[in-house]
Design a protein around this ligand. Structure first.
Ligand code: GLU
Length: 508
């Protein structure tokens, strides 16, 4: 029987959501949509020491911005509530008790000083492993090493304790990863992970397995950094629910530093000057702000697109994909095994492509915001759309719309006089004076008309058009950049064009 596809993204709300996290969301989302399944967002907040104010709301906001809204979540609800692990605390206990009853887990009463002493002792003895495991557990204070009555007494006295999984050596754990194929682990290397903490909260290891079971998750896609935890999870599946119920695993490749040298970190972003978070994240404890893709002017369409291609392609040369196309083409077996290098220049290329492909209507609210931030307001909508269509090919990030179009809204604050001066003489002064008069007294002011008058006058005065055009551009724009100069003149209108010519004549 084929199971209904149900996937989950299970973040711990401990800070900003980085590239890798959003890519995990994306692959989950695409898989669910592709297979008519459900995409669940579950908040894994059992580690209260790592709880960070605002991090959960930040995750919801990021997903909304990316357009990857879950079908079930703490805000949306769904058939398997609650979707926050801290609210499911009571649920986990029966599974821990079952493991203890079956001898697959045990109580451990060691204090942190005793744990430290164990590590010191093992270190002194030259042991290569300092873990709480099958080698060391019988020297510790737990329900395996103590007589049953003593254990009972400690429990009755309310002695603080944790519950640990009992992992025996000599067993091989095998499973098939959808990306990596068949994998095996030797249990002899695993430590007896804590499943329930002294405060009664489960650890991630127990909670993730119980919840994937109770929420009927069919496929678990997560970052490669979780691969070392897989053996413990698989053992728990085996002990608690049977391997037939277990989801299919896919451990996604790491996103690497631009030079390929290790996992991309927040610090690499700071060092190399690019964002690694989806949106601005302000750490409430340190007050430190980490810049996000959204705020520096990426479109969510581009962000999603570049993330999809960090570790996947459809087997063709195609690079630009809409979310709908990705849903249509995504397949987990085309996800690469090796890590994907993050290249910020390439990321910007995606944004540029998306800006070029987006309609003026799509871009208008973002462009308006960026112009308003630079004190350009009260913009007429028709005019804004025209401006966007005129300059979007020149913009890589949304704020580029300001630098590429400010002269279409306001007079240049300064002029590149250094470029004009070597070419400047009385003949040119006379030309531009006459040009301003010609414009002023003509009735229309269309691109064709402007160009025709401009060139005709140049012929009459016997001056090279190229030089004049460069000067005209600086008069209107302030510098040598921008779209066609006659188009600019038409856009800003006759009065303003004449005004700008005369302004520069008065300066030179
Ligand atoms: N809570 C884990 C995290 O923060 C989830 C890992 C998993 O998906 O199993 O990444």
């Amino acid at each position: 029987m084929t199971r209904k596809v149900r996937v989950r993204f299970a973040p711990s709300p401990t800070g900003g959501l980085h590239l890798g996290g959003v890519r995990t969301v994306l692959y989950n989302y695409l898989y669910a949509r592709r297979h008519g399944g459900d995409f669940v967002l579950r908040i894994e907040d059992t580690d209260q020491t790592r709880f960070v104010e605002g991090a959960e709301a930040y995750i919801f906001n990021c997903l909304d911005w990316c357009g990857l809204t879950p079908d079930e979540s703490p805000v949306k609800g769904g058939p398997f509530p609650p979707y926050r692990q801290s609210e499911r605390k009571a649920l986990y206990r029966e599974y821990a008790d079952k493991l203890i009853k079956n001898g697959q887990a045990y109580y451990a009463f060691d204090t942190s000083a005793e744990l430290e002493a164990m590590r010191e002792k093992l270190k002194a003895a030259g042991s290569h492993s300092l873990q709480y495991d099958h080698r060391s557990r019988m020297n510790m204070k737990n329900s395996l090493s103590l007589p049953a009555e003593e254990t009972q007494k400690l429990l009755d006295d309310g002695t603080p304790h944790v519950i640990r999984i009992k992992i025996n050596p000599g067993e091989t754990i095998s499973f098939t990863d959808l990306i990596r194929g068949d994998l095996s682990f030797d249990t002899g290397n695993s430590d007896d992970k804590v499943l329930v903490k002294a405060d009664g909260m489960p650890t991630y290891h127990l909670a993730v397995v119980v919840d994937d079971y109770l929420m009927q998750i069919s496929h678990a896609f997560r970052g490669e950094e979780w691969l070392p935890s897989a053996p413990v999870h698989i053992l728990l599946w085996k002990y608690l629910f049977g391997l037939d119920a277990m989801p299919q695993w896919a451990h996604l490749p790491l996103i690497l530093k631009p030079d390929g040298n290790g996992k991309l970190s927040k610090r690499d972003g700071d060092r190399l000057g690019f964002p690694v978070y989806a949106m601005d994240w302000k750490d409430p404890n340190s007050g430190e702000l980490t810049k996000g893709f959204k705020e520096i002017g990426f479109l969510p369409e581009a962000f999603i697109n570049l993330l999809a291609l960090l570790g996947w392609n459809d087997g063709t040369e195609q690079e630009v994909f809409s979310l709908e196309e990705l849903v249509d083409k995504f397949s987990i077996d085309r996800v690469h095994k090796g890590g994907a290098k993050f290249d910020f220049e390439k990321a910007k290329w995606f944004n540029h492509e998306w800006i070029k492909r987006s309609s003026a209507a799509r871009l208008a609210p973002l462009v308006k915001e960026t112009l308003e931030a630079n004190n350009i307001s009260n913009i007429e909508e028709d005019y804004l759309y025209k401006v966007i269509d005129l300059v979007k090919d020149r913009c890589t990030l949304v704020p580029d719309f300001y630098t590429q179009s400010s002269f279409l809204f306001e007079r240049p604050a300064s002029y590149d006089e250094a470029s004009i001066k070597p070419k400047w003489d009385d003949a040119k002064r006379d030309y531009f004076k006459t040009l301003a008069d010609t414009f002023r007294s003509s009735t229309g002011f269309s691109v064709e008309q402007i160009e025709q008058q401009f060139k005709q006058l140049a012929t009459e005065k016997n001056i090279k058009v190229g030089e004049l055009q460069m000067i005209f551009r600086i008069m209107l724009v302030g510098s040598k950049m921008g779209p066609g100069v006659f188009v600019i003149a038409e856009m800003i209108g006759k009065e303003e064009t004449v005004g700008r010519i005369e302004k520069v004549l008065s300066i030179l």
